[in-house]
Design a protein around this ligand. Structure first.
Ligand code: ADQ
Length: 499
């Protein structure tokens, strides 16, 4: 088999560089004789791809395989892809270990105990150094480099040391925890200093930005932090003779692209087919998540089971479709969670199902964009009930996919999206009986009320889409001059304007 490859282009240096753990690709080896690069799912990819396409920038990231990648065979030549190699041991220690068994749980309310492992920390340092070196080599003089997320928190300072001429932005996609939790980290000062290498540090919510500013004043003293009165900026940090801006920039989705897809004939037909296949008149509750313990999948299943047990829902007229993307499958807590969820599904279907009438349709898979849009359009109720989530793009995609103003959104208070999507049916997913009540209310929601809520939600999502997110971040960073056109409010689809 030929070694599948990623571009080591001879193209000149880039003026705009995104540095993220993953390239927006993965290697599909279903047919070993013809491996192919395919688009990867995930919040970050969904958010950044349209911007890079519009700007013709470069993306530095891991290719998703520990196999050596050598020469050009990209499915998409519009974005220059620079692959950062990772060895098997680095994958285990930097990615599965420090990123996903230390930082991820620490930043999500310590839902499972974080591992504090010295060897993983060393690997995280080494890999961050490699990313910084590759970004430094690719960036043109005075370029803007936008570093993404918790896997690369040392990169801003490492890159600044190599290339003091570049402008550096850092955006954290996950919540930033309160100092009381963050301070558990044995390497807390190094991580904080790493992030402070940026010129602008962006968080999803004002709360995350404030947590970070509190942390800096705890570790560096009050005099190093100034409040900023100009939203989205919440503060400035004086660091090594520089001023570092700190603010909140809630991420969003490419709402118009999702709307266009959802309006297409193929999606509408597939949505009708899904409804027929699931039983015609049955109400469809839908959930789409990475299989992660933060997403609240087991709590949601328990609530659905409770509704069936109480007789407030019946398999003959309600079905729950749970799509769970395989995620971090070698990390122990993820394996355990998957086993628990699959046992719950079996239990619910075994207890409440009949031939031809299964209450939970569970799929442990990634679905393509067309299928996802069709599922969104087919759903009566969308369940987005994470226990903690930086934002949650599924909620915003669902809204963008409903030009018919149909469907009700049940949304956890602990998803960042709840700060904006206040006309959703908000719920505390830790409170089982409340979760049951809100799910039952969503099934019964009056049509006029549902349409009015969806109209407001759509207005918000179309006004503040992913282009506006990037524009806002890059403008504050001082690089707003090369943005894709922002959506003109007057040109929004009519249904999006319904109040
Ligand atoms: P994630 O935790 O990955 O992202 P989320 O925001 O919901 O969570 O994004 C998931 C993306 O993957 C969505 O675009 C969704 O459509 C897609 N997806 C999920 N399951 C899928 C499936 N089975 N098949 C196909 N596509 C699927 C992190 C943070 C979030 C934050 C994002 C962006 O944890 O809080 O919103 O980054 O900043």
């Amino acid at each position: 088999m030929d070694t599948p490859s990623i571009c080591q282009s001879t193209a000149s240096q880039a003026d705009f560089v995104v540095v993220a753990n993953r390239l927006p690709l993965h290697l599909d080896t279903c047919d070993p004789s013809a491996p192919r690069w395919r688009r990867s799912p995930g919040g970050l990819v969904s958010a950044l791809e349209p911007i890079l396409r519009a700007r013709r920038g470069a993306w530095v990231g891991w290719a998703g395989t520990t196999t050596q990648v050598t020469e050009a065979a990209l499915p998409d030549q519009e974005i220059h892809m620079q692959a950062v190699p990772l060895g098997e041991n680095e994958y285990r220690e930097y990615y599965e270990g420090f990123s996903n068994a230390t930082l991820w749980p620490l930043f999500h309310d310590v839902m499972v105990p974080p591992d504090f492992d010295q060897s993983s920390w060393h690997s995280y340092q080494r890999v961050n150094q490699r990313f910084a070196q590759q970004a430094a080599a690719l960036a043109a003089p005075g370029a803007t480099v936008w570093v993404q997320d918790y896997q690369l928190m040392l990169v801003p300072a490492l890159l600044r040391a190599l290339r003091p001429d570049v402008r550096i932005g850092f955006f954290l996609h996950i919540p930033f925890p309160p100092p009381e939790l963050f301070l558990q980290l044995p390497w807390r000062t190094q991580i904080m200093d790493g992030i402070l290498g940026a010129d602008l540090i962006g968080f999803q919510l004002p709360g995350g930005a404030r947590n970070f500013l509190h942390l800096v004043s705890r570790l560096r003293g009050h005099e190093s932090v100034r409040e900023a009165q100009r939203p989205p900026l919440l503060g400035k940090v004086l660091s090594g003779g520089r001023k570092v801006s700190v603010g909140a920039f809630p991420i969003s989705v490419d709402a118009s692209a999702m709307e266009e897809l959802a309006r297409s004939k193929v999606v509408r037909e597939r949505a009708r087919q899904i409804r027929r296949q699931l039983g015609g008149s049955r109400k469809i509750m839908l959930a789409v998540d990475r299989l992660d313990y933060t997403k609240g999948i087991d709590q949601r299943l328990r609530a659905f089971e409770g509704l069936l047990a109480d007789g407030r829902a019946a398999a003959k007229d309600t079905v729950l479709v749970q799509i769970a993307t395989p995620s971090r499958e070698r990390v122990e807590h993820y394996r355990l969670r998957r086993a628990r969820i699959e046992a719950q599904v079996g239990q619910i279907n075994g207890t409440f199902g009949q031939v031809g009438q299964v209450p939970v349709h569970y799929m442990h898979t990634t679905v393509d964009h067309t299928e996802l849009a069709a599922l969104y359009r087919a759903a009566d109720v969308m369940l987005v009930t994470p226990l903690r989530d930086g934002m949650n793009l599924v909620a915003k995609e669902f809204i963008a996919a409903r030009p018919d103003l149909g469907g009700a959104l049940v949304l956890s208070e602990f998803a960042g999206a709840a700060h904006e999507l206040t006309r959703a049916l908000l719920v505390n997913p830790y409170h089982l009986s409340e979760l049951k009540d809100v799910m039952a209310a969503a099934l019964e929601l009056d049509e006029a009320d549902a349409r009015s809520r969806m109209g407001c939600l759509r207005r918000h999502v179309f006004e503040r889409d992913v282009h506006r997110w990037a524009h806002s971040f890059l403008t504050v960073l001082g690089d707003g001059g090369h943005e894709p056109d922002l959506p003109n409010v007057a040109a929004l689809p009519r249904a999006a304007m319904v109040a």
